[in-house]
Write a protein that binds this ligand. Structure first.
Ligand code: ZN
Length: 675
């Protein structure tokens, strides 16, 4: 069979030849990839020579190349080029991959050899990266169940398979429920901006059934501005209820999945010798224990909630002016918040957005990377691409290409919501000693351009671009030897540092002036508007921090259950959030049935990491501001070292080398106006 996965791509930089890959190629490539890796593992365990670092740990590290290639393509495209066929493949392959992973992780002979090398590690003369690989490999096996007693292994495997299938179904339900709903209107409600109306018209015209009308949807670029601007309270309520009731019962129900999943995760953690799933997850992170996470989050929760209550009483006064008997509801929050923002700061998105055209923001991100690290970006339209709307760039350090970057910015039905960075291929030194450059992808869901306007970003969207670009730099600048230690292969609570420090840095006026230029006149953003944006930075932080921390703490609550129990997510969520004093006008950033981070995308007992790393990045950025130079070359060089090092060094050690001390929570509380 002529399957493009079975030969060299023969493309520039060996980029996957997207044009040649058909959906029918994936399954055979997955099967062959698993078969090849099993043969490689067999060769390791049947080696008659005594185990060494090279013939065991390194040989294992380099096994499964075809499988990694096909998985790198398939799983990225299933998030941004999804289809019924892709879903069917994902459903078929996910349990197989999970079983394959277990066949390796629970291979007693393989573990025995690794353990033999591990036990001799101090006398082997390994360099620091080899030592790190050995330690991480050993730990990985233990965490995957290598020490699970024989009588529990069958159940352990079963748990992994069930968990993998459930998380997949959870994600599919959210995507389907989000696409299934649309609010169809004949005319625009008062308050909706002309841009939103244009976007709603285009969405309506895409379907003959709604042609000529207006369509508002539940993906964030449509939903959020609707909630901020629509002055018709009952329509806001309708959109709010549609958004927050997704997957809570009905055709795409996720509530039963949550009940099962949380209990299965607990059972698996117990088998591995941990008290709770959170203990198991955190053992591998900087935070180490649920108690440490809760203590850290609570340092911010108190001040955030106090601020949120002040915001709430301000909005309550405003709604009373509109309707004397009205009590503020969650669907009113964004509307009055936006109204007050306009009154107090006169920071109208429609005034701000023209300075943040997507092209200018992207160029600003490129220029920032240039100033800090001396790298540059060159678009190359001749490189293979999976969708004609995605742009491909060669990333250059001097005249050397060090990586490839894909940027894919706008929503489409086949793309899940949100924004993320991934790798089609990570950086590594291959078996032959040759450096393999990374192929990185940044995917977002930004406002589409319309017929007469380019894509103009909200301030938040422009931050998202910098954030994901920060992750991309982490992948692109990687200078490691072993693939499993390279790039962003780091604990959750450290991996957000490079993205968030970049997101932080660009808020600085000095930085903003360099790229925020009016898309029509080319004029730089006026000082006055920068000052307003700066003043607005701390506006609404009560709400922002409260909804984020509520979600983070809720995640910890689910994954800290220490005994099996029936979980009704609605009751569990309400009870827990009441217990920590959340006010009814605010709900968790994600309600449980569509909380994808913790039920599908690997942030289980890890959602706190956004806040944890925010502490790190505010503290790290304070190093630059304290030095008086945002592009301080000495600090930039030290920070680049973090980006190059992947997971080859213990993360907290890297941080202290950069900063000279452990991080403090004070810069974050100050920057967010919470103290
Ligand atoms: Zn991130």
């Amino acid at each position: 069979m002529d399957n493009p996965f079975f030969s060299q791509w023969g493309t520039p930089y060996e980029i996957p030849d997207f044009g040649k890959i058909k959906t029918e190629h994936y399954m055979p490539a997955f099967e062959e990839g698993m078969k090849q890796q099993m043969a490689e593992i067999d060769a390791i365990v049947n080696n008659t020579e005594a185990p060494t670092f090279q013939n065991t740990v390194e040989a294992y590290e380099y096994s499964g190349e075809l499988l990694n290639t096909v998985a790198g393509v398939f799983f990225n495209l299933s998030e941004c080029e999804n289809s019924d066929e892709m879903e069917a493949i994902a459903e078929e392959v996910t349990p197989k991959l999970s079983a394959h992973g277990d066949n390796i992780a629970l291979n007693a002979k393989l573990f025995e050899r690794i353990k033999t090398v591990y036990d001799q590690r101090d006398g082997l003369g390994l360099d620091p990266e080899q030592m790190r690989l050995l330690e991480e490999t050993y730990k990985g096996f233990v965490r995957s169940g290598a020490n699970v007693p024989a009588e529990k292994q069958a159940r352990f495997r079963q748990l992994n398979e069930q968990i993998a299938s459930l998380t997949l179904r959870f994600a599919q339900n959210v995507l389907k429920a989000t696409n299934a709903y649309q609010l169809v209107l004949d005319t625009a409600p008062a308050g909706i901006s002309s841009d939103q109306i244009a976007a709603a018209k285009e969405a309506a015209d895409a379907d003959p059934a709604t042609k000529g009308k207006l369509v508002f949807k539940l993906n964030l670029p449509s939903w959020e501005p609707f909630m901020q601007n629509c002055s018709d309270r009952s329509l806001r309520q309708q959109m709010w209820e549609a958004y927050t009731s997704r997957c809570n019962g009905g055709e795409f129900d996720n509530t039963k999945i949550i009940d099962t999943l949380v209990n299965l995760r607990l059972e698996r953690a117990n088998i591995l010798g941990f008290k709770t799933h959170a203990d198991y997850v955190l053992d591998n992170c900087l935070a180490k224990t649920p108690a440490a996470v809760n203590a850290c989050l609570m340092q911010i929760w108190g001040p955030a909630l106090t601020k949120a209550k002040q915001e709430c009483s301000e909005y309550q006064k405003m709604i009373k002016a509109d309707a004397p008997d009205a009590k503020l509801q969650p669907w009113d929050w964004r509307y009055y918040s936006e109204k007050l923002r306009k009154e107090k700061y006169d920071l109208d998105d429609d005034v701000v957005r023209p300075y943040f055209s997507l092209d200018n923001v992207r160029e600003g991100a490129f220029a920032t990377a240039g100033k800090l690290y001396g790298i540059s970006f060159r678009e190359n339209p001749s490189l293979p691409t999976y969708n004609k709307v995605a742009h491909a760039y060669e990333v250059l350090d001097g005249d050397q290409v060090i990586g490839i970057l894909y940027m894919d910015f706008h929503p489409r039905a086949s793309k899940r919501s949100g924004a993320w960075m991934t790798e089609f291929r990570g950086q590594k030194i291959d078996r032959e000693g040759k450096n393999v450059i990374p192929i990185i992808q940044v995917v977002c869901n930004f406002t589409n351009p319309t017929a007469d306007k380019p894509s103009l970003l909200t301030f938040d969207e422009s931050e998202t671009l910098f954030h994901e670009f920060g992750h991309a730099l982490h992948g692109l600048l990687s200078k490691c030897h072993y693939p499993s230690l390279a790039g962003t292969n780091l604990p959750r609570d450290f991996v957000e540092l490079p993205s968030q420090i970049l997101q932080n840095g660009r808020r600085n006026p000095q930085a903003m002036q360099t790229y925020a230029k009016h898309y029509q006149t080319g004029e730089s953003i006026p000082d006055e508007l920068i000052a307003k944006i700066a003043a607005a930075q701390t506006y609404g932080q009560g709400f922002i921090n409260t909804e984020l921390l509520a979600a983070s703490l809720l995640d910890m609550a689910y994954h800290s259950i220490a005994a099996p129990r029936h979980i009704d997510p609605n009751a569990f969520e309400a009870d827990y959030l009441n217990s920590i004093g959340l006010i009814p006008e605010i709900v968790s950033r994600y309600k449980s049935p569509y909380f994808q981070h913790i039920f599908t995308t690997g942030y289980d007992a890890g959602y706190y990491s956004y806040t944890w790393t925010a502490i790190l990045d505010h503290d790290a950025f304070a190093a630059f501001t304290e030095s008086g130079d945002l592009y301080n070359p000495v600090l930039a060089k030290k920070f680049r070292h973090i980006l190059e090092s992947g997971n080859t060094v213990e993360p907290m050690q890297m941080y202290i080398e950069f900063r000279g001390k452990e991080p403090s929570v004070t810069p974050l509380l100050k920057d967010r106006g919470l103290i």
